[in-house]
Design a protein around this ligand. Structure first.
Ligand code: HXC
Length: 258
């Protein structure tokens, strides 16, 4: 498999779909795949034609984690200096809306990748877990941090300490996924929601995402101040006037991104 084939892409209007493509290894995230993904997201962030991204795998696997065969060759020093660290950081810093469409196995680094998205839509065959503990290691790309924020400390603790895998229904009841679909519909539904988001005023969308993400990091008073300032900034945009005028004139808005 060539490097280019590791990540397939498809763009429809303003929505870019990125498909992890190592089916022979349950889409295990080897270094090259992770670097390709981070690189493409950096480009997408700078491309004003792209307004939302969907990341997905195939019907059997979103991703079964970091590549264990590759991991076997690494040690603490190579891991620390690894290009993967920068790749994970770039993936989580993607500033436009990113949805994960998850079918099948979504384990370890795969679950951590899905949690880098803004929300996860899952097929009814999806299986989520942080099984690193069974390998004598721990999650290293947000599994002990983002999972707590998604599902709460007790459930995250249970998943991380037991390595147990949860099914789509449990993931939905935990709040890890927003919605469950027939597997064939998962990507279609995520793309439809991404297209809906992409039709909104781009600046408002990015500010909204930024504000919601900061809710995890800031105290309420700081978060409210940040939200208020962002609100004022968005109110200075042309698209704010266009959105309000379109409502008053009973027509569809025509946003320019300004
Ligand atoms: C490398 C993997 C892999 C992985 C599967 N494969 N998962 N290769 N890394 N994470 C490979 C298998 O070695 C096998 O290759 C082929 O994919 C098919 O896998 P099988 O095990 O035969 O399939 P199946 O019986 O259907 O079981 C599927 C599975 C299982 C339940 C997903 O493969 C599994 O448990 N995988 C490991 C899951 C895991 O522990 N993930 C966490 C990784 S650690 P061959 O060549 O034998 O045919 C991690 C740390 C993140 O993610 C840290 C980030 C910084």
């Amino acid at each position: 498999m060539t490097e280019a084939n590791l990540l397939l892409e498809q763009q429809k209007d303003a929505v870019l779909t990125l498909q992890l493509n190592r089916p022979e290894a349950h889409n295990a995230l080897n270094t090259q795949l992770l670097i390709n993904l981070a690189q493409r997201l950096r480009q997408a962030d700078a491309d004003h034609h792209i307004k939302a991204v969907v990341i997905t795998g195939n019907l059997k696997s979103f991703a079964a984690g970091a590549d264990i065969k590759e991991m076997a060759q690494q040690n603490a020093i190579t891991l620390h200096q690894d290009a993967r660290v920068r790749a994970w950081s770039d993936i989580s810093a993607f500033s436009k809306p990113m949805l994960a469409a998850v079918n099948g196995f979504c384990l370890g680094g795969g679950c951590e990748l899905a949690m880098c998205a803004d929300y996860i839509i899952a097929g009814n065959n999806a299986k989520f877990g942080q099984p690193e503990i069974k390998l004598g290691i721990i999650p290293g790309a947000g599994g002990t941090q983002r999972l707590v924020r998604y599902v709460g400390q007790a459930r995250a603790m249970q998943m991380v300490l037991t390595g147990n895998i949860i099914n789509a229904d449990q993931a939905e009841s935990y709040g890890l996924v927003t919605q469950i679909c027939e597997p064939q519909q998962t990507l279609i539904e995520a793309q439809a929601q991404a297209a809906k988001i992409a039709a909104h005023a781009p600046l408002a969308v990015r500010m909204a995402k930024d504000c919601v993400k900061r809710a995890n990091d800031l105290q309420l008073s700081q978060g409210l101040t940040f939200e208020r300032r962002s609100y004022c900034l968005v109110s200075a945009s042309d698209d704010r006037n266009e959105g309000i005028n379109a409502f008053l004139e009973k027509r569809k808005p025509n946003y320019t991104g300004n």
